[in-house]
Design a binder for this molecule. Structure first.
Ligand code: C2E
Ligand code: MG
Ligand code: MG
Length: 459
């Protein structure tokens, strides 16, 4: 265990000092797990020390309690090593709450000479919980944080103990008090340092994303979309960030962060302009002039004042047939469900722009969206693809979704098709449009254009 801990500390130090080693989201997890492991490790050493001490003093009740909390801490460490990070942290937080409270109530009784110290462990648990909450919010997490803070305030402000308390001797509290205070302070320092590292990573990521825009590090990749006779009908443009040091950063590592930091409207604007330029070029070539181009629009970009007018202005400026542009929105936008959002959609739709509901079936899919919104396409999420082949219930669900879509005169596209079996299954279920690795991964525009003769041969 000590070996892993040392390795972790070396990793923190190196990621801190060698700035070029950053890799965004995973680092955030890494900082948190290291802080959690470090705190639990310190707790374990502390418990072990007192277990041996109280065993020599033959104070068996405290020894049993120490052993119990040591075992729980070991289990939480095991959970973190198994990547069950939230569960591990919640459990260690539980130890950091219950252990000090029991000590404050029964053993660590304040006297005139010696104040109580066990409650000093409570803030360490609360900060750790807060770090975990930022990563994985949960109700239980909030409850544990609030309880830790409330207990800290209570035990700091009062010398309350229960009548059946068995106060530790002054002798033990004399030395133990100093040790406990040092250990608790160290744990608080580790948690605060971790928080500061996280903020630093976030700040550097915001800067890097801004730089990416100005230094033209973003690219659009294009993934083919085909119909049931495998004719190319269009493409989805997918954003890629080509970082000069780290290469291509996975979308899951930077798009959610860009959304959190409010950068998506700016990035989305760039995507929109690029898409219009591509459509303008496609319009000039015989083999591409009928293709549609889908782009993903994030919720805060869509909700920008004048978003809809900007789209129409761009289409006019680049002289593009509006029906060639498909705006993919997710149910997050649909959930906003306010009048202005429906007005924006109606405005775009009246001007001929197509709207598509992306990742259909994954969120709070409500059929009322389809009734209220001028959607022309639904995209069935790829999580359904293999499930529909393996499991009868998923198959029935997908068949139902496809039927409803078709009955409402919507185009139904399924994404994430990787095998001919999946293609045939969805084609037989009535799906009309398809996208997936079977016909090509997202690729640079130049490669997409090179692939066109291959698709034309199939017609
Ligand atoms: P999405 O719009 O649902 O895009 C489909 C994702 O599935 C893409 O991941 C694509 O590479 C992947 N994919 C396509 N076919 C297959 C397949 O056969 N098998 C598997 N396993 N995966 C397949 P990507 O490019 O990483 O994008 C992920 C998400 O990031 C997108 O999901 C979209 O929500 C978001 N995104 C991408 N580009 C943009 C953008 O320009 N703006 C906004 N707001 N979001 C974007
Ligand atoms: Mg999409
Ligand atoms: Mg999708």
């Amino acid at each position: 265990m000590a070996k892993y801990f040392t390795v972790d500390l070396v990793m923190v130090a190196s990621s801190y000092f060698k700035k070029q080693k950053k890799n965004y989201h995973p680092v955030k997890d890494q900082q948190l797990t290291i802080a959690a492991k470090a705190n639990i490790f310190i707790c374990l050493i502390f418990c072990l020390f007192w277990t041996i001490y109280f065993a020599f003093a033959q104070m068996w009740l405290i020894v049993y309690m120490d052993v119990f909390f040591t075992l729980v801490s070991l289990f939480s460490l095991f959970l973190i090593y198994k990547r069950r990070i939230s569960a591990g942290i919640l459990l260690s937080q539980f130890v950091l709450l219950v252990f000090p409270v029991i000590f404050c109530l029964f053993l660590d009784v304040a006297t005139i000479d010696r104040p109580r110290v066990a409650h000093l462990f409570l803030p360490a648990g609360a900060i750790l919980g807060y770090l975990n909450y930022r990563r994985d919010p949960s109700f239980l997490q909030v409850v544990l944080i609030l309880l830790s803070i409330a207990c800290f305030i209570f035990f700091s402000g009062s010398s309350f103990t229960i009548d059946s308390a068995i106060p530790l001797s002054e002798n033990i509290r004399d030395h133990g008090g100093w040790i406990a205070t040092c250990v608790a302070t160290l744990m608080i320092c580790i948690s605060i340092y971790t928080m500061q590292l996280e903020i630093q990573i976030e700040n550097s990521m915001v800067q890097d994303l801004r730089l990416a825009l100005s230094k033209k590090q973003f690219e659009l990749f294009f993934q083919p979309q085909i119909n049931s006779s495998e004719t190319l009908i269009g493409a989805e443009a997918l954003l890629r960030w080509h970082h000069p040091d780290l290469g291509y950063i996975p979308t899951k590592d930077f798009i959610p962060a860009a959304e959190t930091f409010g950068l998506m409207p700016e990035i989305g604007e760039w995507v929109l302009v690029q898409a219009c330029k591509v459509l303008q070029d496609w319009n000039k070539q015989e083999e591409t002039k009928d293709l549609t181009l889908s782009i993903n629009i994030s919720a805060d970009h869509f909700m920008q004042p004048n978003f809809e007018q900007t789209v129409i202005d761009l289409l006019q400026r680049y002289d593009i047939n509006p029906s060639r542009l498909i705006l993919e929105i997710t149910e997050t936008i649909a959930l906003i469900n306010c009048v202005s959002m429906i007005e924006k959609m109606n405005f775009l739709s009246k001007h001929g722009v197509q709207l598509s509901l992306d990742d259909f079936g994954t969120g709070y899919s409500s059929l009322s969206y389809l009734q209220k919104m001028p959607i022309s396409q639904i995209k069935i999420d790829r999580s359904f693809v293999q499930a529909a082949l393996d499991d009868k219930r998923s198959n029935k669900l997908v068949t139902g979704i496809i039927k409803i879509g078709l009955d409402l005169n919507l185009r139904v596209l399924v994404e994430g098709i990787e095998t001919p079996e999946q293609f045939n299954a969805f084609k037989n279920n009535g799906c009309t449009e398809f996208q997936g690795y079977l016909w090509g991964c997202p690729m640079p525009l130049i490669d997409f254009i090179k692939q066109l003769p291959h698709f034309n041969k199939k017609v």
